[in-house]
Write a protein that binds this ligand. Structure first.
Ligand SMILES: [Zn+2]
Length: 256
């Protein structure tokens, strides 16, 4: 399960790397809602967030976000102590705006600075999904998760793909279906399974074989036995006979 989750995260991060030019070190903007949720679920942002961003991430916030959380008072004091420790990235707002507006202003216009955003704010997430090329992080219970790239991002990537190869996704689909209708559906090659001999276990089979060969022997009137006896009855030549034979062979060769 954990491996599958990691694969999914990698696939989603790869999407932004391959299509929107993201690369380590990543810049992640965290807001007050994310810090609040992290505290509630006992998640250490500094320790656990880098794990899903190739252990190479700069965690940032903005003066507007810090001011907003501070204004919330004692209820968000814990979140305030967390959020204020991250680097305050200058957002350019001389008069602080609310956190969501500040985040939107930083990623609008194609997210040129390649920020990822960590937030639990549902309405902000919905708004970010309409902006192409913005990776969104959130806590699923206590598990830091990278949201599935929204349609606006995948559509943009498809358009770029189409420009590169001169075909859109739809056109590729049409070509595939045309190929199928002309060439026919390519049947998957079925592999024959090796036949496995089932039945009695091999040891009992061996015993039966032996038993059968014993019976055969009795029927043959001991033919096999005679053959083996013949093999045993090999004539051994005495040493002096062997010498004589060797001498004669030598003499024969010399005569030739
Ligand atoms: Zn701001």
């Amino acid at each position: 399960m954990k491996i599958q989750r990691q694969k999914k995260l990698k696939r989603r991060l790869d999407f932004f790397k391959n299509n929107f030019g993201f690369s380590a070190p990543y810049s992640l903007i965290v807001d007050g809602t994310f810090c609040f949720a992290a505290l509630s679920h006992k998640v250490s942002i500094k320790e656990q967030i880098p794990k899903i961003l190739e252990d190479n991430v700069k965690i940032l916030t903005t003066p507007c976000i810090v001011t907003e959380v501070e204004k919330m008072g004692p209820a968000l004091y814990g979140a305030f102590t967390i959020v204020k420790q991250f680097a305050h990235h200058q957002c350019g707002h001389t008069v602080p705006v609310n956190g969501a507006k500040c985040v939107r202003s930083m990623v609008k216009g194609g997210n040129k600075s390649k920020y990822a955003v960590a937030t639990q704010d549902q309405s902000l997430r919905t708004q970010l999904r309409t902006m192409p090329g913005v990776p969104i992080l959130y806590l699923h219970n206590s598990a830091p998760t990278l949201e599935k790239p929204p349609e606006v991002s995948t559509d943009r990537a498809d358009r770029w793909d189409a420009d590169r190869v001169g075909l859109s996704k739809e056109q590729r689909k049409t070509i595939t279906s045309l190929k199928r209708s002309i060439l026919g559906e390519s049947e998957p090659v079925k592999r024959r399974k090796k036949k496995v001999v089932k039945g009695a276990n091999p040891l009992s089979r061996r015993r039966r074989k032996e038993r059968e060969s014993g019976e055969q022997q009795a029927e043959d009137g001991g033919e096999a036995e005679r053959r083996s006896r013949r093999r045993r009855r090999r004539v051994k030549l005495a040493a002096h006979v062997k010498e004589e034979l060797a001498r004669r062979r030598q003499m024969g060769e010399q005569a030739v």
